[in-house]
Design a protein around this ligand. Structure first.
Ligand code: NAP
Ligand code: GCO
Length: 267
């Protein structure tokens, strides 16, 4: 009989989730821990780190936190070295760290565009480059890139973010193509609109107490008629991190309440 518990178990695995002090990364790390993985995560500031360690502990998770900026290759090399020394070779990498800048394209400085590309696309490349040799040696590995609906669609003011997340979808496919023969699976998760600090400005209630126009827009465009929660991404992350997905490679799994499939409700 199919041993579903074994197939979805992450017992004995080492998982690194980047940018997992809060938000989607925190929820994904919590899910991987619940499936048995040892958790390593990074962020840039000690304050977020201290708060995160406490928050993980409150959930019974002994998370190993490291201060590292994913745009700095020296930080990444130190991060991987520290994790391998303390926990062992990384079996699962979740490239979650990311930012967005919402600026009309023709008003956006090239430096702002580059910063988004650096964090949302170049950093996942550098992170994957750093962990793949260990995964090849070990004979298996899982890389999960946190993409976006903007891997498929554009919208006003998010040119850099859409370019980065579109590129991240193709980087996902290329890692699959280049390293699939080493039993490394690289897939993406494409969250829809999720209620986290990153989207807080889009949900800010209006002065008269009414919902933000963008909030109303997303509700009308989403068949589930709600924003996603970080918790909605936990199950898909465990699936893509586990043996249950060993023949799934190069895909982006959209966890979006159906928004990408739906033309939207008539106003
Ligand atoms: P968030 O709440 O803003 O959290 C972003 C995380 O990334 C923070 O922990 C932040 O840590 C970390 N980070 C940013 N730049 C970093 C850097 N240079 N080095 C290390 N860590 C860095 O965002 P979120 O909503 O959880 O989003 C997480 C991921 O999901 C992002 O890739 C985002 O693009 C993607 N996503 C979000 C949504 C959504 O609706 N929320 C939808 C689709 C995709 P510190 O700032 O503390 O260092
Ligand atoms: C925006 C939002 C989106 C979400 C997400 C959708 O400004 O449109 O921030 O980009 O974060 O990426 O999948």
């Amino acid at each position: 009989m199919y041993d579903v518990n074994k197939q979805f178990s992450l017992e004995g695995k080492v998982a690194l989730v980047t940018g997992a002090a809060y938000g989607i990364g925190f929820a994904i790390a919590e899910a991987l821990a619940a499936a048995g993985a040892k958790i390593a995560f990074n962020c840039r500031g000690q304050h977020h780190m201290d708060e995160a360690i406490k928050a993980y502990a409150e959930k019974g998770i002994e998370a190993h936190g490291y201060i590292a900026d994913v745009t700095k290759e020296e930080d990444i090399n130190m991060l991987i070295e520290s994790i391998e020394k303390e926990l062992g070779t990384i079996d699962i990498l979740v490239n979650n760290a990311g930012i967005i800048k919402r600026i009309p394209m023709i008003e956006m400085e090239a430096s702002d565009f580059r910063q988004v590309i650096d964090i949302d696309l170049v950093a996942p490349f550098m992170m994957a480059k750093a962990v793949i040799p260990g995964m090849i040696k070990k004979g298996h590995g899982k890389i999960i890139n946190i993409c976006s609906m903007m891997s498929e669609l554009g919208r006003e003011t998010v040119s850099a973010y859409a370019a980065a997340k579109g590129g991240l979808k193709m980087l996902t496919r290329n890692i699959c193509s280049e390293y699939g023969e080493y039993n490394i699976q690289c897939n993406g998760i494409g969250p829809g609109y999720i209620a986290t600090p990153q989207t807080a400005p889009l949900r800010e209630p209006q002065a008269d107490g009414s919902r933000h126009p963008f909030d109303q827009f997303i509700i009308a465009k989403t068949p589930a008629a709600r924003w996603g929660e970080a918790e909605d991404l936990m199950g898909p992350a465990v699936f893509l991190a586990s043996d249950a997905s060993n023949f799934v490679n190069g895909h982006v799994l959209y966890v979006d309440g159906g928004i990408l499939a739906y033309i939207g409700k008539q106003p």
